[in-house]
Design a protein around this ligand. Structure first.
Ligand code: AVJ
Length: 320
């Protein structure tokens, strides 16, 4: 029997066809990043995280392995709530640590993809009878308020540097929402990719096996299915370039030829060479991320890094 999944999104699609239409007609065309993560996309991201070039997941895991006792000791959490949990492979480290000292622990996995929630459940189901697993399907930008509150001490987890996918305004809005939802005894553990040599960063988004390319192009299949469109993924090329002024990777799909996309009784023209933005992935300095914490009502309790300072985990409290 599959584990039950609680769906908390009010609408099936928070983005209307009209809104998508406008995004595709703007000077800088774009598709919302979240459409990268259907079932196949979640699986492809899992494959990216195992490539040699993609240092983020591996480094985050290393930091977690080293510091799980300290993190669980400071937070004393009885519940872990993970936002955008993916396969939960890294979270397992924290769960195992917590179970060493606790008679029971709740783990809430919150993700937009059913596939990811099931992967997460499969990863964790046999760990221990002391672990209660809850699966919640929703969009962490729109549906966070609807996540049930608890009187237990909760550790919010937002790992993988997913915050880097948000522009500054959205990042602050999102973290402020978490900070407001947090009780005095709660903590937030945030994983952040840091500014470093740009060749290392670029390589991570241009793996030689082309998995990131497949991941990027899959976004077109996702919106084709969701909105009944006729994008041809093979008419586009994967681009991931590093914007040094903004310290961010920008992932695009670049049209190989002129094409027309039928939508809402019109034909959207895409010209050869046009680039559709599918993702930004920001890289932070300690100074920059601390500025964001301040603006979001968060206080830094402790930070953890790898020896090269490629990546950081920040353990935070709400300032209320
Ligand atoms: C998991 C969202 C942080 O931005 O590095 C991987 C997604 N995109 N390769 C990232 C991603 C291209 C990833 N995040």
């Amino acid at each position: 029997m599959p584990h039950p999944i609680k769906e908390i999104s009010e609408t099936e699609n928070s983005l209307s066809l009209k809104e998508l239409n406008l995004m595709l007609k703007k000077k800088q065309k774009s598709i919302p990043t979240k459409f990268l993560y259907d079932d196949l996309g979640s699986k492809l991201f899992e494959d990216i995280s195992n490539t040699q070039e993609y240092y983020l997941t591996r480094t985050e895991k290393k930091i977690l392995n080293k510091n799980a006792p300290s993190i669980m000791n400071i937070s004393r959490a009885k519940e872990l709530l993970e936002l955008g949990s993916g396969s939960s492979k890294k979270t397992k480290i924290l769960i195992l640590q917590a179970l060493k000292e606790k008679n029971n622990l709740t783990y809430v996995s919150f993700d937009i993809s059913t596939k990811a929630l099931n992967m997460s459940y499969d990863e964790l189901k046999n760990i221990s009878p002391k672990l209660d697993i809850k699966l919640v399907k929703g969009d962490f930008i729109n549906d966070l308020e609807k996540v049930e509150n608890t009187i237990n001490s909760r550790l919010y987890l937002f790992l993988g540097s997913t915050l880097g996918n948000f522009n500054n305004e959205t990042a602050i809005k999102f973290l402020t929402n978490i900070s407001k939802k947090m009780k005095k005894i709660d903590f937030l553990l945030l994983g952040i990719d840091k500014v470093k040599n740009k060749e290392i960063i670029k390589a991570a988004y241009n793996d030689k096996d082309g998995i990131t390319e497949k991941f990027n192009k899959n976004i077109l299949n996702v919106i084709n299915n969701e909105y009944n469109l006729n994008f041809q993924p093979n008419n586009f090329q994967h681009i991931a370039e590093y914007n040094e002024d903004k310290n961010q990777i920008e992932m695009y799909l670049k049209a190989n030829s002129d094409q027309k996309i039928s939508m809402l009784n019109e034909e959207i023209e895409i010209n050869s060479g046009d680039k559709i933005l599918t993702e930004i992935s920001r890289k932070f300095s300690d100074l920059g991320i601390n500025e964001i914490f301040k603006k979001s009502g968060l206080l830094l309790e402790k930070s953890f890094n790898d020896e090269k300072n490629y990546y950081s985990l920040y353990l935070l409290k709400s300032n209320k």
